[in-house]
Design a protein around this ligand. Sequence first.
Ligand SMILES: [Zn+2]
Length: 415
Amino acid sequence: MKLEKYSFGLGDRFAHQGRAQLAAIIKANEQGANVTPVWNKSNREHGITGTEPVSVRAEADAAVAALGWKGTYYVDADHIGLKIVEPFIEPSDFFTLDVADFIGQAASAEDIAAFVDRYSKYLGTVDIDGAAGGFDVTRQMLEGIAVKYLLAVKEAGRVYRHVESVKGKDSFITEVSMDETDEPQRPVEMFFILTAIADEGIPIQTIALKFSGRFNKGVDYVGDVGQFTKEFEQDLAVIRFAIGEFGLCENLKLSVHSGSDKFAIYASLNKAIKKFDTGLHVKTAGTTWLEELIGLALAGDEGLGIAKRVYAEALSRCDELCGPYVRVIDIDKGKLPSADEVAGWSGDEYAAALRHDRSCEKYNLHFRQLLHVGYRIAAEMGTEFTDAVDKYESIVGQCVTENIYERHIKPVFMD
Ligand SMILES: [Zn+2]
C-alpha cells in the first residue's frame, strides 16, 4: 500500500462533515491537484467526544459512497502507541506511531554503542545535494542523537510490528511522529532518526517532526518564516538523500501536524515541494468543528443561540478546557470578549471574530483558540448540537468545504 504524493488529513470531531470535507478534495482534483483524503482522529479526541475508532471508518466510507469518490482514501489511527492501539487496528489503514514520549529516554549502552559504531562512517562532513553544504557530524553529536532518539525509534518498531502482526505486511501506511515534544528536530537529527527507522525495518512513508516556531492549534504559524523555510528545504534534501542511502520507501515524505491555518508558511511549503518534486501530508487540527460553529452562527436563530452558549460555557471553563492542550495554544485571557458582549453579537459578528481571515479586523485569535478547545462543550450538548448542525447542513457544509479548499488546499498544493 503506497500513499499518494499529496495527501490531506481531515479531522472531524463530530463526524458530521465527511461529505463536506470530501467535496473540497473532489474540487481540488477537478482543478488538477491530485490530493488524497485521510480521515484522522486521535485517542484524545475520541475520549472527549465519547466515540470509538470504528466511527471514523464508518464516516469515511459513508462520505465516499455518498459522493461517488473513486480515488483512494485512508483512515488514520492518529498518535497511537502500544497502550491504546487495539481498537484502532481493525478500522484503520494508516497508523501514526507517536513515540514523542520516549524521546530522551536512553536505550541500553550496548545498543547506543552499536549504533554509533555502525554509523561512524558518517563522521566528518555529510554532503547532501540541496541542503546548503550538508552538515558536519562529530562523535559526540552522533552519541547525543543516539541517546536522545534510539529508544523512541525502537518503540516505533515495536508498535509497527504489533500492527503488522495483526493486519499483515503492506496492508497499511506507516507514519512516525515526533512532533508533540518541546524541542525541534534538526535535519542532522532526522538523518540519523531515519537510519534508525530503516534498521528497525519500519516501512515509513511519512514522518512528522517538530519544526522550529510555534504550531498552535487552529491559528497561524508563529516564528521566523525565513528560518522555517530553510529548515524545511534542508529536511526535504535529507529525506531525498536518506531514501537512497538507507533504502527507505521512495515516496517517503514529511507530514506537517497542526498544519491547518499555518497561512504564513503555505507559500514556502508549496514552493519547496515543487522545487524538490516531493510529496507532502498536511494534517489538520480539528478545525472543521470551528466551521460548524461559524455556520451555526451565520444561520441565526437557534444556530446562533447554540454558538453563543458554547462560547459562554467555554469561557467559564477556560482552564479545564485548555488543560490538555496547554502546549499548543496561547490564549491571552485579557483579549477574550465577555459572554455578555458575545450575547449581543449578530451571526455575522460572531463569524467574523471566529473565521480565520487575517485581513478582517474583527478576527480574534484568542476567541478562536478557546472555541477550538471548547468542543467538549458541544460534545456535552449531545444531539442538541449535532441536530442543529444537521438542520443547518447546507450553510455549515459550505463553510467546511470552502475553508478546506480555498484557505488550505489551494495555497499549499496548487499553483
Ligand atoms: Zn501531531
